[in-house]
Write a protein that binds this ligand. Structure first.
Ligand SMILES: *Cc1c(COP(=O)(O)O)cnc(C)c1O
Length: 393
């Protein structure tokens, strides 16, 4: 069953296993963009902020994402980029604790580490970003830790943290839990409320298919909504932006985390992507993802003994991507792309595949296995055409 294949315009003739990096184009998005441009921007011009509901899009889109991550209405705000949302969420969490240590792991995406480090330096209050190995996180939850800041699913190998257990462990020691769902939203069955998490952030251009550079989202548990600290208090997070008061007075609830003018055209594309997600049950997606991943791993291991599985073998500890190690992974990836199988390379030695059952099925998985077998068995990667790295890998 591919519930929504028709809802996407997949690259012609390709097995697209890179939806974890950039989701494909929703079929309805071009017409939606055209309509928003012509009928709203073109016809309404500035009145579109009211008449077309532009100003409310950060909240209405947040409400559409909410069911996919176990959040409720009025809890998710859309806009800005993930790096910026992470800064805001971490600053908001730090405002709720006197402790100075932020605990994270070395599998985290570098931008999260850079942004956290930048924020902590900016605060100038002696905070420390403590980075431990992913398997050492639970043991490192000491009483010094104020915020546990983790990306649930590792971007390179797809290792998935136990969000419920680590959130509970953080709370037991008096820490808050902030989760980055970049490789979780639309990929695995996330239950933010059920886990009792404090804050979460994520992007919408990976598994959610919102388009290149699509806006990010931020979630805060309702129990924090009464005292949400916005470290980037732009005018649209103000309770009454059009009163143009000189002092920032935060809007109530999640709206107080808004920063600046929303990117309406990007949000139109994201809204079309959310139409494709309408009515999708994440538990079904998760089950299909695991079925396809198991098939892929078994097929590749049988045909390509030189490739070593880098992702966890235990499906419970895996997100929705499968990665293999090989010293020539970059060239292998290029040779695959030349054969219409699109995965990606992650330094230093990983070839990575996103498993996205919303629009792919066994046919793509089997085609990818066959192409990998051909490339590995014939050493087809060993070609100078595949040796030069592009700027974006
Ligand atoms: C993709 C990703 C990012 C990217 O952040 P942007 O600000 O959207 O460029 C950040 N963090 C993680 C964990 C990611 O996977």
């Amino acid at each position: 069953m591919i519930p929504k294949r028709d809802a996407f315009l997949l690259p012609e003739g390709q097995a697209y296993l890179d939806g974890n990096s950039l989701g494909p184009l929703p079929a309805a998005a071009p017409a939606r963009m055209e309509e928003v441009m012509r009928s709203e921007w073109g016809e309404m011009a500035v009145t579109g902020w009211n008449r077309a509901g532009w100003m409310a899009l950060p909240e209405t889109l947040g409400n559409r994402i909410a069911p996919l991550i176990g959040a409720g209405p009025g809890e998710v705000i859309v806009g800005e980029t993930l790096s910026i949302r992470l800064w805001q969420a971490l600053a908001a969490a730090l405002q709720l604790t006197d402790r100075k240590v932020v605990l994270t792991d070395s599998g985290n995406f570098p931008s999260d580490l850079y942004m956290a480090e930048g924020l902590l330096q900016q605060l100038g209050q002696g905070h420390e970003l403590r980075v431990v190995a992913p398997e050492e996180v639970a043991g490192a939850l000491t009483e010094e830790v104020g915020v546990l800041m983790l990306t649930e699913v590792d971007y390179r190998i797809g290792r998935r943290h136990d969000m419920a257990a680590l959130t509970a462990a953080a709370h037991d020691t008096g820490a808050l839990a902030l989760w980055d769902l970049a490789h979780s939203a639309g990929a695995v069955d996330v239950d933010l409320r059920g886990c009792g998490a404090d804050f979460a952030v994520g992007c919408t251009y990976k598994y959610l298919n919102g388009g290149p550079g699509a806006p990010a989202f931020l979630w805060a548990a309702p129990r924090h909504h009464g005292a949400l600290h916005n470290a980037l208090p732009g005018w649209l997070g103000h309770a009454a932006p059009f009163d143009f008061e000189l002092e920032h007075r935060p809007a109530p609830g999640i709206r107080g985390m808004r920063v600046g003018t929303p990117s309406i055209l990007a949000m139109a594309a994201l809204d079309a992507a959310m139409d494709a997600w309408e009515g999708v049950d994440m538990a079904e997606i998760r089950a299909a993802s695991l079925r396809l991943s198991e098939r892929f791993i078994a097929g590749v291991e049988a045909a390509c003994p030189d490739l070593t599985l880098a992702s966890p073998r235990d499906p419970g500890q895996r997100g929705s991507q499968v990665s293999f190690r090989h010293p020539e992974s970059y060239a292998i990836c290029q040779a695959l792309i030349a054969r219409g199988v699109v995965g990606d390379f992650r330094a230093p030695d990983l070839v990575r595949f996103g498993i996205t059952p919303l629009y792919i099925d066994e046919a793509e998985i089997d085609r990818a296995i066959a192409a990998l077998a051909e490339v590995m068995q014939g050493r087809l990667w060993d070609d100078s055409a595949y040796a030069t790295r592009a700027a974006v890998t």
